[in-house]
Design a binder for this molecule. Sequence first.
Ligand SMILES: Cc1cc2nc3c(=O)[nH]c(=O)nc-3n(C[C@H](O)[C@H](O)[C@H](O)COP(=O)(O)O)c2cc1C
Length: 358
Amino acid sequence: MKTSNFLNVLMAAALVVLAAKLHFVGICCGAGANDSAAASAATPAAAPAGAGATVIDSTGLLPGVKGFGGPVPVEVEVKDGHVVRVAPKLPNEETPGFFQRLADAGLWRAWDGLPVEVAATSRVDAVTGATYSSEAAIANVRAALAVAAGKSREDFAAEAAARARIALPPPSRSAMPLGEALAKRATYRDFSPEPLTDQELSDLLWAANGINRPDLGKRTAPTAMNRQEIDIYVCRADGAYLWDSEANALVRVSDADLRGLTGRMNDGDANFALVAPIAIVFVIDFERQKMQGRPQDAFKYASVDCGFIGQNIYLHCAATGLHTVFLGSLKPEQIARALSLPPASVPLFAQTVGKPAK
Ligand SMILES: Cc1cc2nc3c(=O)[nH]c(=O)nc-3n(C[C@H](O)[C@H](O)[C@H](O)COP(=O)(O)O)c2cc1C
C-alpha cells in the first residue's frame, strides 16, 4: 500500500475508533443513573446468609480488576466447606446488559455445590460477548474463594498489590556505537518465547521513551509541543501493564494475554506476536495532547511521535541483539476495552519485541 493511502486508512480507522469510544461513553453516561437498579433486576438478589453459612465479599480484594463498566465485586456463600451461592455484590458498577449476559450464561451457578478447595482451582470459561465483565467476575470469585479457603484478606490484598505493580531495576545503556546499531537496524518476525528479564525490559523501555533529562522531564523521543501524549503498554502472557516511566514500574491493568490482538491476525497460530514475550502497544492520550484544530492533525503528530519511539526501540534492539517489528496491524477497539482505556485514549500502533528464534 502506498504511504499516503496507508495514512488515510490509519486516520480513518483511528477516527472511527475515537468516534465509537465517544459514542460508547455517551451511551454509558445515559444509562449510568439507573445502573444499580437495572443491575438488580438482571442478577440474582443477594440473599442473607443461611444458618451456619459464611458470606465472603470480594470488595477491595482486587482493586485493579475491572469489567467493562467498572469493578465487579461478588459475594460467595460457603456452608460446610461447600459453595452454596455466588452472586454479584450489589450495588455493582458493571453495565447491566453485561450482567444479564453473565446471568443468562449461568456463570453465577458455575461453582454451586463444589468443595471450596476444588472451586478455588476449577476452570471457569469467560462468557462470550461479555468477556471482560466475566473475566473480572471470575477473578473476584477466585479471590473470595481464596479467602474462604483460609487466606487472610490482608495477605490476599498484599499479594494482589505486589502483582499489580512491578518495580523495574534502573536502566542500563547499550554500549554499541550508534553507527553500528544503524547498520544492524532491521525488522525481524522470528522470535523465541524466552521472556525478557526485568533488566532487559527496563533498558528497552528507557531507550523507547525514558526520561533522559530529569531536570526538564524530557525524553529519549521527541514529541510535538512536548505534549508526551503516547503511553506505552506492555502486553505479556501474564497480563498487560502500563509503564509508569517516572517510577520505572509496570502497573498491571489486565490479567489477560492481549498479545494476539496485535501482529499477524489472519494466520491464527502463525502469529509471531503470540511467540514473542512482549507486545508493546502505543496509546495516544488525546486529553494530554490537547491538539487544537483538525482531528487529523492530532493523529498526524501522534503518529510521528509514535514513530520516533518505534525507531528508538528498533535501534535498541539492534544494539542488544533483540528482534522487533513495528505494527500497524492491531485491534484497537478490543485492546482499548481490555485495557479499560478512558475515552480519550486510543491504541495507535504496536511493536513486538523478543529474543531471536533459536
Ligand atoms: C507504520 C508501519 C507499520 C507497519 N506495520 C506492519 C505490520 O502490521 N506487520 C508487519 O509484519 N510489519 C509491519 N511493519 C514493518 C515493515 O513491514 C518493515 O519496516 C518494512 O518491511 C521494511 O523492513 P525493515 O524494517 O527491515 O527495513 C510496519 C512498519 C511501519 C513503519
